[in-house]
Design a protein around this ligand. Sequence first.
Ligand code: ZN
Ligand code: ZN
Length: 251
Amino acid sequence: MREEASLRKDIPLLVREYLLNVLYPARCPVCDRPAPFGTDICPDCLMRLPVIGTRRCAKCGKPVEDFEKYCEDCAKNPPVYTCGLGIFLYDEQMKRTMALLKYKGRREYGAVLGRLVYERARGELLRWRPQIIVPVPIHPERKKARGYNQAEEIARPIAALSGIRLSPELLVRRERTGPMKKLSRAERFSNMRNAIAVRPGAFVPDRVLVVDDIYTTGATVNAAAGALRDAGARQIYFLSVCIGAGFMVTY
Ligand SMILES: [Zn+2]
Ligand SMILES: [Zn+2]
């Protein structure tokens, strides 16, 4: 037994990594098949991801027409947060990817998606200079059933790569909110308003970055931003993997 352990220790790290990669190749979050050796996303799949262009709402980052500064939603109901953006459109492909991460136990996809978000939002992170990164919390029961919070999985590589501290315990989900898919915009906002709170006694710095998987109506990010603002944050930003533009997504 001892001999076997020491033998295993003698195998150089690179070889061990190679063997692990052969035995358990990383899966691609887009096609859900083993990714080419040494990668965690197929180059072709990466190319096909629906990156949102530069014509974005100055508040929520949703795609807008050339002449518009804000999208209709933000013009009508200014969000609580300072500004933010989602990187990819929530199209059919991204719906499959996010469903694999959330409902099929593909926890490791969070790390790949978080890295992609970081790579595309480096400029914003340098401008915003958040002091902490806070993933949107899910209800403890849901986290227990799923085994993880997908927003935390996405936020972790963003924190590691940017050197900004991750605060996964700062926000808490107070009450269980049912699936929001079938609710109207107004219902979503009232449903969420009291569902997210800052952990009692926790310190909240001036500049906070909230990370979530999908931004649709903004109800969740706004609820998080409201709680953070009430606890002392002055600038609240958000990054999400996906953003659903109203015209593309049926709520
Ligand atoms: Zn692929
Ligand atoms: Zn907007």
